[in-house]
Each structure stands twice: as structure tokens, then as C-alpha cells.
Design a protein around this ligand. Structure first.
Ligand SMILES: [Zn+2]
Ligand SMILES: [Zn+2]
Length: 599
């Protein structure tokens, strides 16, 4: 498959970014330009502008871009020395900083780390010259003026070089395609994604919030969100118990020495919080649960008869993320993994691995995430960031491939996708909008058992080293909930809905009856809400629909007289009047079976 970076679309997008920068500079000659790379589905360019942009500005810039394209300008490449480049960009401070980096080497013209030789080149079209290594299309005519759009519609900011101590720039996003139809399809998808944004729905449904005083990237789960998360945890806990997992609980901090021994420190230093001193010893927030579980294992002497040992914990870990990179629940600074570690003998490895694949499949299928692929991640042979011998890596990779093959998984093998201590199998889910999310991961590890000198007594009465499997099905609870919100657009299967039934009395005189019905349903284990507000029925139905409550029961005179409820679904479908107990049976049956249906 052709790499995106080598595709025509990539050159079109990169070239459109340059055209956009030209249009912006024509409008704001005093603007300073930063960087403008192609990205997945489009491109952006960062500017230091004299004033905030209005919708009119953006429309004008877009119109000017189309004119520039139709004028038919060549993209002309030129290699220059660092001093020539400085002269060319003498009034562009961001470019001057990038030129310094290029001259020193090790970074590219976007300021990103690179191994490529430091060549300084520019590309010019019409009046615009940019510090750039390309590649570009030959002429602006290769860009379809009817297949591009500026997609930035609200104030979007970005820090220069992602550093919140540096200047806040205006980032303008755009997209470009080969045909107008492709553009239209993409914009429709973008609009749908916007509607499903978990940050928006999370607020509408009262699932979670953030507080400036608590701190960025630290979500606060409100009752509705906590109910949802707790249901997901309980679902997995129950299945895990059936499959022989044992719960453990471990603390949120530990001595730095523990992570030095595991190799997480200093390897993951950049994504961890600074250590702090307690009584002369250094401690840190837990970035990983594995070393703690290892010490649970080490507390007893194990015989081969005790293995496999499957240890599970919903363990909260803390990772440093730059504030510019935080995003709703998907990029946070503290999150909870549904973490488990399996300690087993080499003979048990493949069966255990297959068992985890089964578990992943049953959980993801149960949640309606059926569209997915698998990826076996092995070492990047060029890199030295991995620990352990070649033989052990080979053995582990073979065990994973054997298990995946036995399960009939559709998988690819990709270099450079391994953990630092071993190869892994990842499950990548496609959501309702066909966007991919890496969710579950299963990893084989011979290295941590060696580092921590783990043992079991074998059948031969000798000491042997167990193998560890690390696995997480949801991955991070925070991120997983975000994926579910966007997949379902907040309309969760009934068993996960924070409120399952809304009772809607037609008039005040029906409130008492509504309350009686609510009590009956509540006693059957359903989560019920009575809307006793003053509004009209239509308004109450709209409110419940916006809350994505699966079942709405409208009750009036006839219902109260005959012990029925008039059932409406959040889809708008009307199921008519049903005896209260018949509805209760239907709802509890669908909830208990974790059905994705509402009728
Ligand atoms: Zn460029
Ligand atoms: Zn682990």
C-alpha cells in the first residue's frame, strides 16, 4: 500500500497549505507565519495575526485561494544556505528559529526530530516563498479549487512548538481532496463527528466535567458518567471472575527505585511527573501498574500448580501530557486502566493468550464494537529502545502469531509497534463513523520477570521463570467511555444508559400514578426518572429525547385507569399502550441480556 506521505493527496494538501498562507499574507501583510504541514485528512497553518479572524475573513481567504489556484502558478524549489535563508525570512521570526534548528541538524523545518541530512530548501509559488522540503504538486492547477475548504470555524489556537510558555498562534485548518464529491462526503462526516464530540455530549448528558481549580486534564465524573463507568467495570469484573482472574488493589504512588528496577524510569521520564521526597526517599505517581502486581506475585512462593495466576485491577495511573495536547477524555493526565497481568509457564503461554483474545472479543462484541482489526506489533529492528535478547523477542512474537492464527484473527504484523519489553497484539476498533481507535492490547513479556527475578517451582522441583502477559481490554476507562459516547452519539444501549426510563405525566394529576409506576420499575432494578416539571408533554418528550433516555413512558387518564403506560422510544417510535408489568418484563429482559435493541 502506498504511504500517505508518498501520495498525490499529500502533495495536494501540502501545496494547498502554502496557497492558504499566501492568501493570509496578502490579507495581513504584517502576519508572521509559523508552520503548515499536511495532516490526516487535510492540513493546517499556524499564524501570528494582528487580530482574531472573523467568518468573513475566512470566506475571503478561501475565495482568494481558489483564485490563486486558477491562476496556475508553478511550485519552484530552491536550495539555500542557512545565511541565505535568514536573509529571505529576515522579518519572519518563527522561520528564523526553524532555520537555526535546520542548520544545527536533527530537526526538520517543522521543528520535529529527524535523522535526515539537514538540507535547507524553499518552495515558491507566485508571491509566496516558504521554508520547505516539499514535496509539492508541480503547478497550482493540479489542485481542484472545488475540492478544498477551510474547516476552522471556531477560535482554534496552538502554542508555538507546542510549548504553553511560548506565543499562542492562530491555527487555520483546511482540507483538500481530488474531487468535489470527496470533499462533500468528508465535510458531512466532519459535521457528524462534531455532533458526536464526546466533550459536547458529555456535558449535555451530565457525564463529566473539568474544573480550572482542580486542574487541566483531570476529569471529574458526575453521577451519570460514574454510573456508566461503573457498569462497564462491573461487566468486565464479572466476566473476569468467570475466567479465573483474581482482584488486587495497589497504591497510587511508589518509590522511584521500583520503576528504576522495572526500566520504566528513566525510559518514560518525559511522560511522568517529577519525583517527590518523602522522609529522604524519592517517590513518584504511578505511571504503570505492572511493577506493583509483580510484587504481589513475589510475596508468595509459587508452584507450577498455582499457575496461571491472573491478577486484575482497575488501576489509576498518571502520565504527563502537555496542556496543548490534552483533549476531553481521550488525552488526560490521570486515567484508570482495566489492567491485568497473567503469570504463566511457557507451556501455558499460547492457551492463555488465546483465552485473552476470547475475552477481548466477547467484551467488544457485547458492546457493539464489532468492526475491528488486529495488529501484531513487533520490534523496530533499527531501534535500540527495547530490552531483552533477540531469542526471547522471537519466541514471544511467534507465540502471539500462533495464538492470533488459531483464533482466526484478521491481523497485520507491524514493526516498531511493540512495547519496550515485548511484542503485543492490539485491537483497533472502527466506530460508527469508521474512525479507528486502538482499544485492547495484549502483551507478552519475558523481560520484567527476569528483571524482578520472578520464579515458580516446576514439576522437576527446580526454580523456573514465569512469563508475564500484560493486558487491558478497555485500555483507559476515560478514553473508552469517550469512544463509546462518539460511537453511540450518546444513545447508549439500554443497559448502559444512566437513566433508562423517563416517566412523563400528561398533567399534574397523573404525577402520583407516574410515581407508582416508577417505584415498580425501580424495584425491578431499572433506573427511572419522573418528569414532574410544569411543561407540556411535547416539551418533556423532547427533553428526554435530548437526554437519549431509551424508553419514555407517557401516562394519562386512560393509563392510570387501566394500569398501562404508553411507550415511546428515543428514536421517536411509538409502541402504544402496554400493561406496566409487560413493559417491566420487556425492559428488564433487554437490560439483563445487554441487548442493543430497545423493543
Ligand atoms: Zn511546505
Ligand atoms: Zn503491565
Amino acid at each position: 500500500m502506498e504511504r500517505y506521505q508518498d501520495s498525490k493527496l499529500y502533495r495536494i494538501r501540502h501545496s494547498t497549505a502554502h496557497v492558504m498562507a499566501q492568501a493570509v499574507l496578502e490579507k495581513f501583510p504584517q502576519a508572521k507565519i509559523a508552520i503548515g504541514p499536511p495532516i490526516e485528512d487535510g492540513f493546517y497553518y499556524d499564524f501570528d495575526l494582528p487580530r482574531p479572524l472573523t467568518d468573513e475573513d475566512l470566506a475571503g481567504i478561501e475565495a482568494r485561494m481558489r483564485d490563486i489556484i486558477r491562476e496556475g502558478h508553478d511550485f519552484v524549489r530552491k536550495e539555500v544556505s542557512a545565511d541565505e535563508a535568514r536573509a529571505l525570512f529576515h522579518d519572519q521570526p518563527y522561520k528564523l528559529e526553524l532555520i537555526d534548528g535546520l542548520e544545527r541538524g536533527g530537526v526538520d523545518e517543522y521543528g520535529e526530530k529527524t535523522d535526515e541530512a539537514p538540507v535547507i530548501s524553499t518552495y515558491t509559488q507566485d508571491s509566496f516563498e516558504d521554508l520547505c522540503r516539499g514535496p509539492h504538486v508541480a503547478n497550482t492547477r493540479e489542485i481542484n479549487p472545488d475540492a478544498l475548504s477551510i474547516t476552522f470555524k471556531a477560535p482554534a489556537g496552538a502554542y508555538w512548538r507546542g510549548d504553553e510558555n511560548r506565543e499562542m498562534l492562530t491555527r487555520i485548518y483546511g482540507t483538500a481532496w481530488e474531487t468535489a464529491e470527496q470533499l462533500e462526503e468528508y465535510l458531512a462526516l466532519l459535521e457528524e463527528a462534531r455532533k458526536r464530540d464526546h466533550r459536547v455530549i458529555g456535558q449535555q448528558l451530565g457525564l463529566f466535567t473539568f474544573s480550572q481549580l482542580v486542574g487541566k486534564g483531570l476529569p471529574l465524573w458526575k453521577p451519570n458518567g460514574a454510573i456508566l463507568r461503573d457498569l462497564l467495570e462491573r461487566f468486565l469484573r464479572e466476566v473476569q471472575i468467570e475466567r479465573g482472574y483474581e482482584p488486587v488493589i495497589t497504591p497510587h504512588i511508589a518509590r522511584v527505585a521500583l520503576y528504576e528496577k522495572s526500566g520504566h524510569y528513566p525510559y518514560y521520564k518525559d511522560s511522568q511527573y517529577s519525583p517527590f521526597e518523602v522522609e529522604g526517599d524519592l517517590f513518584m505517581l504511578k505511571p504503570m501498574n505492572c511493577p506493583h502486581h509483580i510484587h504481589v506475585y513475589k510475596d508468595d512462593l509459587h508452584s507450577y500448580r498455582d499457575l496461571p495466576m491472573r491478577m486484575a485491577e482497575f488501576g489509576t495511573v498518571y502520565r504527563y501530557e502537555k496542556s496543548g495536547e490534552l483533549h476531553g477524555l481521550t488525552r488526560v493526565r490521570g486515567f484508570t486502566q482495566d489492567d491485568a497481568h497473567i503469570f504463566c509457564t511457557p507451556e501455558q503461554l499460547e492457551d492463555e493468550f488465546v483465552g485473552v483474545i476470547d475475552l477481548v472479543e466477547s467484551i467488544l462484541n457485547g458492546l457493539g464494537l464489532n468492526d475491528r482489526r488486529a495488529r501484531v506489533g513487533i520490534r523496530d529492528p533499527q531501534s535500540d529502545k527495547y530490552v531483552g535478547s533477540d531469542e526471547v523477542w522471537e519466541q514471544a512474537a511467534q507465540a502471539i502469531i500462533a495464538a492470533a492464527t488459531r483464533k482466526g484473527l484478521d491481523f497485520t504484523v507491524e514493526e516498531g509497534e511493540a512495547a519496550f519489553y515485548g511484542p503485543k497484539l492490539d485491537f483497533i476498533v472502527r466506530d460508527a463513523l469508521k474512525r479507528e481507535w486502538q482499544i485492547s492490547t495484549i502483551q507478552v513479556d519475558y523481560n520484567l520477570p527476569a528483571r524482578f527475578e520472578l520464579e515458580y517451582v516446576g514439576e522437576d522441583n527446580e526454580r523456573h521463570q514465569p512469563i508475564m502477559i500484560h493486558r487491558a481490554l478497555y485500555g483507559s476507562m476515560e478514553r473508552f467511555v469517550a469512544v463509546l459516547i462518539e460511537h453511540y452519539a450518546g444513545a447508549f444501549p439500554a443497559w448502559l444508559a444512566p437513566v433508562q426510563v423517563a416517566l412523563i405525566p400528561v398533567a399534574d394529576r397523573h404525577i402520583a400514578y407516574a410515581q407508582d409506576v416508577a417505584n415498580i420499575l425501580h424495584s425491578k432494578g431499572l433506573r427511572v426518572q419522573v418528569d414532574d416539571s410544569n411543561g407540556r408533554v411535547g416539551g418533556k418528550i423532547r427533553a428526554a429525547t435530548q437526554q437519549k433516555i431509551p424508553w419514555m413512558l407517557v401516562v394519562g387518564d386512560r393509563d392510570a385507569a387501566s394500569s398501562t403506560v404508553s411507550v415511546r422510544l428515543r428514536s421517536g417510535e411509538d409502541l402504544g399502550a402496554q400493561p406496566v408489568l409487560a413493559f417491566a418484563d420487556l425492559a428488564t429482559r433487554l437490560v439483563e441480556s445487554k441487548s442493543l435493541e430497545l423493543a
